[in-house]
Design a binder for this molecule. Structure first.
Ligand code: ADP
Ligand code: MG
Length: 561
């Protein structure tokens, strides 16, 4: 083959022209023929190469993923510090929102990228150096999107990165995870609710028997009999059990609620008054409201209980310094929220936020807080029913509750309650809801054991601390010892050892500003009552009194400073 001899020469770099003169006419003709054919082949190959290049270009330009071909730049310490875009495709321009990138440095195109993502410089540098491809996902802060990036290196110091925007997929995945977690949480709470509801009835009946019979036995005994104290223990334990089971009932949504249109702002403001009087002075309380807060349909008593339970926890989490912020604003819950929150319907809501600057919680604690009887507090300090009750109440109001907390960064509860649409005509009850609970300590003085027990239970369930005394002498002793902590005394007039009048005088001698309510039996005459009032008792009520009225009165008196 003549041509192959010549071609070898050409490839052998020493390009020597073939000595055509040595060829015969026939060989020359064949040579020209072969040359012609080879030339055509070369042309075709060239054309193919061009076609293939433009094909790759088209692919790069039109592929849905972003594409960038870049050259790494190094600093004096040979560390990758920047890169220049040599070529990018349209998808990359769409993705980044940047144009005319060729020849531009990334630090100029996306200022702040170095601070936001130093790891990108490391990865691209490594790939451009070693030639080993890498693939990773990144939450790309400057653009607020999630990117899936594949990087490889076609030549030293160069890299090609292919980007896929996976934000939607990521979001869906996150929603899915949140929904799964919510579902598990909802199922767990539902199961506990069923369990609680199931045992409530039987358990309550058993407790009623224990309480009822121990009460009967107590009435037959004298105070100084040997087993009186033991019986009293049984009675008290039964009562305590009944209180706990009551909390379970609220949680398992077995009791009724009476809703009416209320303005949460009004209720929160009233609650703040109670709170600021009872909570440590170093704890600041701030309120924040939407100027035109929508109304909600709610049971005011239960809303107060929600606020109270959250406040008690916040106080416990802050010891004696910090800030509580309570706010309410209008909001709309959209499909996205409802997709990840079981049983919540889209629509207008009032968002109640309750934040503290306390200890906060870790993830493990956070995942259990709404379970009944879950507590991290020392024995006797916590029942673990506070938040379970809040949860039950919120669910019963068709609302939703979230809690955000981190150790050392405080806690925020977000409660969404369905708002009454503004076009729905409602008449709001203008009479102010008078708050019926508090956290002050009350000294309850009565010689009758059942009265003491029933009343102190009722006062405790309204949030008050309660001390009891069975006669005037005991009351005065207690007042001397605990006077600074006692905000109010409820005093019976007819009692053995030291009667109410004398006790009243003693107490007022110790503290002339002491607040005393006189609770009188049917046998008390009017003269005795007016004497007590003249002495300085704030008000007198007849036994048996209506507990709701009594709680209102207590609040009124405590409210007046
Ligand atoms: P309890 O207060 O009787 O322990 P709760 O149901 O009210 O029961 O609260 C359960 C647990 O949740 C608490 O023991 C505590 O660990 C945690 N917790 C609740 N509220 C807060 C808060 N504001 N800050 C820190 N931890 C809290
Ligand atoms: Mg609590």
């Amino acid at each position: 083959m003549i041509w192959s001899r010549v071609a070898t020469d050409i490839h052998g770099k020493s390009l020597t022209s073939p000595d055509i003169s040595t060829l015969s006419a026939e060989e020359l003709q064949q040579f020209v023929h072969e040359f012609h054919i080879q030339n055509i082949a070369l042309e075709i190959r060239n054309q193919e190469l061009q076609e293939s290049q433009s094909c790759y270009r088209m692919l790069c330009q039109n592929m849905l993923e972003g594409f960038a071909y870049c050259k790494i730049l190094y600093d004096e310490d040979c560390r990758p510090c920047d890169w220049i875009y040599l070529d990018v495709n349209r998808a990359f321009e769409r993705l980044s929102g940047l144009n005319n990138l060729v020849g531009v440095k990334v630090t100029e195109a996306i200022p702040g990228i170095k601070e936001a993502h130093p790891e990108l410089f490391e990865i691209y540098g490594r790939v451009a150096l070693t030639g080993q491809s890498e693939k990773f996902e990144i939450d790309f802060k400057p653009l607020g999107i999630f990117l899936d990036i594949s990087v490889f290196s076609p030549a030293k110091d160069h890299f090609i990165a292919v980007f896929e925007n996976v934000t939607d997929r990521r979001r869906a995945q996150k929603e899915n995870e949140a929904l799964q977690a919510q579902l598990i949480q909802a199922q767990k709470m539902e199961a506990i609710g069923t369990l609680a509801g199931g045992i409530y009835h039987d358990f309550n009946n058993l407790l009623q028997v224990i309480v009822g019979y121990s009460e009967i036995l107590l009435q037959r005994k004298q105070l100084n009999e040997s087993d009186y104290a033991d019986l009293e223990q049984i009675y008290e334990a039964g009562k305590r059990g009944a209180e706990l089971i009551q909390g379970l009932m609220t949680f398992s949504r077995k009791d009724d609620i009476q809703t009416k249109p209320i303005n949460l702002e009004v209720q929160i403001r009233q609650f703040k008054n109670i709170l600021s009087r009872t909570i440590h002075k170093m704890i600041r309380i701030e309120l924040m409201f939407d100027p035109a807060l929508a109304l909600i349909k709610a049971d005011p008593g239960q809303m107060e209980q929600v606020l109270m339970n959250l406040a008690v926890n916040a106080r416990d989490a802050m010891s004696d310094k910090g800030k509580i912020t309570i706010g309410a604003k209008n909001t709309i819950l959209d499909e996205t929220y409802c997709n990840t929150h079981v049983g919540v319907k889209p629509g207008p809501y009032v968002l109640l936020t309750f934040s503290d600057t306390g200890t906060g919680m870790d993830k493990e604690t956070l995942s259990h807080i709404f379970e009944p009887f879950f507590t991290t507090k020392a024995e006797g300090k916590g029942t673990g029913l506070g938040l379970a009750t809040v949860y039950g109440i919120v669910k019963r109001h068709n609302g939703s509750i979230d809690c955000e907390s981190e150790p050392g960064h405080g806690t925020t509860f977000k409660i969404y309650l369905p708002a009454i649409p503004p076009d729905e005509k409602v008449s709001i009850d203008k009479t102010p809801v008078s708050p019926k609970s508090g956290m002050e300590t009350i000294l309850f003085v009565d010689d009758e054991e059942p009265v003491r027990i029933v009343s102190s239970r009722m006062l405790k369930s309204a949030g008050y601390g309660v001390l009891t005394a069975c006669n005037g002498k005991q009351a005065v002793d207690l007042f001397k010892r605990e006077g600074g902590n006692i905000s109010l005394v409820i005093l019976d007039l007819l009692m053995p050892v030291m009667d109410g009048q004398e006790c009243l005088e003693e107490i007022l001698r110790i503290d002339p500003k002491a607040k005393v309510i006189i609770a009188t039996g049917v046998t008390t005459n009017n003269k005795q009552i007016s004497l007590a009032i003249d002495t300085g008792a704030r008000v007198a009520v007849h036994k048996p009194y209506d507990m709701t009225e009594m709680l209102k009165m207590i609040r009124d008196i405590l409210g007046k400073t």
